[in-house]
Design a protein around this ligand. Structure first.
Ligand code: KG4
Ligand code: ZN
Length: 341
């Protein structure tokens, strides 16, 4: 590869219930197309079989649209990045198979990407005519998604160390499962966020875990939330309806307190004051405000990804594939998706 050659990555994300494709040229996002899947709403969670079927329907139009929006020719693409895992196996298979076929037919190298690493590196996504303030290594990342909750020391683009993680539910699950018992549709996180804005975060108190290291737990909170609902509904069957926003605000505050408590501890223990958040839950307005407030108090330099790059998207897969391309970290054609790493 000559020094002046462009690196153009076509990236595909299909780990869960969003089909997404993106074109990244020399680290700049030219397009990022996401097709969500409404079919899961009524089931209160993602139905794997329905997710794979929707990916199959969506993948060709989504990739087509990403290439068109980027205003490039297929021939300009230099590599194909795809989510190798973790995620739902059937969903990952659709993206992986497509990526392999596409790369094979155009004679391009493949780059398998770890979805979690991509959520972390979303803070490096930059659009055309935009200068994004980026963290310097090493930084701490609080990664909060539907399946994971981790604190990571990021030493370099592709060098990360997990120093804390959840022992049971993920932060996103704590939102989604609580929303479900409130009778709200899936995914509940964004709905709780909206309701919480109208409520009193000090109205109710729920259990917080007592764990001395940097690990998280949300199962106690879930149980105490459930018991509050059960006891109060015995007295007043209209309880949830009447107090929905207070319940959401108090629940959200509790989840954020649990997260911030460990993030502050991690920063104190490592001496690292560059703080990044990533993953679907990093879209939460309460969490973002808490990071800003705490950051100002503790003199952190904090980095909040744009909302569209917090939840699942192919741009983050593309930027990760870009860094891997620069290190010539390619993936073999006989690669298989991996549900868990
Ligand atoms: O990163 P993501 O899109 O998918 C996974 O990799 O899991 O995260 C999805 C999670 C869901 O649990 C969803 O409820 C949560 O992110 N989420 C939110 C918000 N937006 C998405 N949780 C709280 N507040 C939000 N605004
Ligand atoms: Zn994700």
């Amino acid at each position: 590869m000559g020094k002046n050659e462009n690196i153009v990555i076509l990236a595909i994300e299909s780990s869960c219930d969003d089909t997404s494709a993106s074109v990244i040229k020399n680290g700049i996002v030219l397009s990022n197309v996401i097709a969500g899947q409404k079919v899961h709403e009524e089931y209160g969670g993602v139905v794997p079989e329905l997710a794979s079927r929707s990916h199959q329907e969506n993948i060709v139009p989504v990739i087509d649209s990403a290439i068109k929006k980027a205003n490039i020719e297929r021939g300009e693409i230099t590599a194909v990045g795809f989510t190798q895992g973790p995620g739902l196996l059937g969903s990952l298979l659709v993206g992986t198979s497509f990526a392999k076929g596409f790369a094979l037919s155009l004679g391009l190298p493949l780059i398998g990407v770890n979805h979690l690493q991509a959520h972390v590196l979303a803070c490096f996504i930059q659009e055309e005519n935009e200068t994004v303030k980026m963290p310097k290594f090493p930084f701490l990342c609080l990664l909060v998604s539907g399946g994971h909750t981790q604190i990571i020391i990021v030493k370099d683009y592709l060098e990360m160390e997990i120093i804390g993680q959840t022992l049971d539910d993920a932060a996103g699950e704590a939102f989604d499962k609580s929303a479900k018992v409130l009778g709200l549709p899936y995914p509940g996180g964004p709905i709780i966020d909206r309701e919480a804005a109208k409520g009193n975060p000090l109205a109710f108190r729920f259990a917080k875990p007592q764990i001395s290291n940097l690990d998280f737990s949300f199962s106690g909170l879930k149980t105490s939330f459930l018991y509050t609902l059960r006891d109060e509904q015995k007295r007043n069957p209209e309880f949830i309806k009447e107090r929905l926003s207070d319940l959401c605000a108090s629940l959200q505050k509790c989840i954020i307190d649990i997260l911030l408590d460990k993030l502050i501890k991690a920063s104190q223990q490592t001496g690292i004051k560059q703080i990044v958040i990533g993953g679907g839950v990093s879209a939460n307005s309460g969490l973002r405000n808490a990071i800003v407030e705490t950051g100002q108090k503790l003199e952190w330099e904090y980095f909040l990804p744009k909302l569209k790059y917090t939840t699942d998207n192919a741009a983050m897969i593309g930027i990760t594939a870009f860094f891997k391309y620069k290190k010539q970290e390619f993936t073999n054609q006989n690669v298989s998706p991996v549900a868990r790493f």
